[in-house]
Design a protein. Structure first.
Length: 126
């Protein structure tokens, strides 16, 4: 989180060496530095994926700040910020997308407005 929007205070933290298989639902701000397989849903929340994280999940949040490895679709209602040394395999859909030089990204980007999110549910379902 070097630039851009600052996240609020972190309310939940999954540290390195820990893992979750299933669905994570949260509010506020969560930081993940471990392994997650499944779905990550944050109603109005901010997701921070640390450099040590290994995420195999579809993500649907308000804001995503990514510095680790993600394999899955990322859908954000406000913005997605991606910083090196991140590696993303999957599509990103958000109104604002920022990808720093040095990031490895294998997928497609799509810009959506909040109005288009409800119009095309096939794109944003996770």
């Amino acid at each position: 989180m070097r630039r851009g929007k600052k996240a609020g205070s972190i309310s939940t933290f999954l540290g390195p060496g820990t893992s979750i298989d299933g669905t994570i639902e949260f509010e506020n701000t969560i930081r993940l530095d471990g392994r997650v397989k499944g779905k990550i849903i944050g109603d109005g929340g901010t997701l921070i994926i640390g450099e040590a994280a290994d995420i195999h999940a579809d993500i649907n949040v308000s804001t995503a700040i990514i510095m680790g490895k993600v394999n899955g679709r990322i859908c954000a209602g406000e913005r997605v910020e991606v910083y090196a040394p991140a590696h993303i395999t999957g599509d990103i859909l958000a109104p604002v997308i920022s990808i720093e030089e040095g990031v490895r990204f294998d997928g497609n980007c799509g810009i959506k407005t909040k109005a288009s999110a409800s119009e095309d549910d096939s794109i944003v379902k996770v």
